[in-house]
Design a binder for this molecule. Structure first.
Ligand code: GUN
Length: 294
């Protein structure tokens, strides 16, 4: 292996340690403990796992978590009421509605109902709108994109002036991470399933963010030698040798690309832990901005 591993698990653990210290200081100085409400609708296994991991991280850093497990057939009005009640709850500084929501629910309206000051996922239309313009600081930046940038920063990768290619254009990762890279003065390309000569475009990247949701799509000959590769994908593929019968792989063919890239994140243990660490950071920031703080 020639590439240096970007160890998201270790970096996230460091960040959680920093947050834990700040949470303790806040408690001592202001008698306030940050609170995060995690709203889960339905029974999707992946969403259940993500929410469980988020609550576990809260416990580790000293953030109080409030769990809401709601039935898949909840009405739009009932879910809106849950969100509005959480908006009014002074012990809750961050509200997270796990996505995707069941099809009958209008996620745009739900996300728009979350108080701007508690939008720790950064998906409120106003926060996203601010992210999409110059010099309009959003109150919160979405966690996975923020985690990608943090991984680059903490690994000593400079972004300014580099060619950054984002593979994928989702609302949750592709589009917001592209905005963050642009704000950091990268020269940006966003590519996707309709892009002509996708390997050729990806090969231009000094920094590649793969967030397309296709298992091991990015091959070794798609990557410029010396590139930095951040793999956001989490794809389950059959693996009869694994206890669960499947394993998780990224959007990047790790074994091939590690021989070409200068730096690469693994899956699991790359971006995933950073998403949760950034959620803890946003929740702490939300508590810092609340009433009664200096
Ligand atoms: N689903 C996939 N990623 C995310 C995330 O970062 N936040 C929420 N709320 N849902 C998600």
């Amino acid at each position: 292996m020639s590439a240096q591993l970007i160890d998201g698990k270790a970096i996230a653990a460091t960040i959680r340690g920093e947050i834990k210290t700040e949470v303790e200081q806040m408690k001592t100085q202001y008698g306030r403990v940050p609170g995060l409400a995690a709203v889960l609708v339905g029974e999707r296994k992946d969403s259940q796992t993500y929410v469980r991991m988020k609550k576990k991280a809260c416990a580790e850093v000293g953030i109080t978590s409030f769990g809401y497990n709601l039935p898949a057939d909840i009405s739009q009005e009932e879910l809106l009421k849950v969100v509005r009640d959480l908006n009014a709850n002074p012990d809750v500084h961050g509200i997270l509605v796990q996505l995707p929501l069941p099809d009958h629910l209008d996620d745009e309206e739900i996300l728009g109902a979350i108080s701007l000051e508690k939008d720790v996922d950064g998906f409120h239309p106003l926060n996203i709108g601010r992210l999409s313009m110059k010099r309009r600081d959003p109150l919160f930046v979405p966690c996975t994109p923020k985690g990608c940038i943090e991984l680059l920063d903490r690994s000593g990768v400079s972004i300014e002036g580099k060619r950054a290619v984002v593979l994928g254009r989702s609302n949750i990762v592709g589009l917001p991470v592209a905005m963050l890279l642009l704000h950091r003065n990268a020269t940006l390309t966003i590519c996707h399933s309709r892009t002509q000569d996708l390997p050729g475009v990806v090969r231009e990247a000094d920094i590649l963010i793969a967030a397309v949701g296709r298992a091991e799509m990015v091959k070794g000959d798609w990557v410029k030698p010396g590139a930095v590769v951040i793999d956001v994908g989490v794809n389950a593929v059959d693996d009869p040798t694994a206890k669960k019968g499947y394993k998780l792989v990224g959007d990047v063919d790790f074994n091939e690309v590690k021989e070409v890239a200068a730096m690469i994140t693994p899956v699991p243990g790359g971006v995933g832990p950073m998403t949760i660490a950034m959620l803890m950071r946003n929740t702490l920031d939300g508590a810092k901005h609340g009433p009664g703080m200096k």
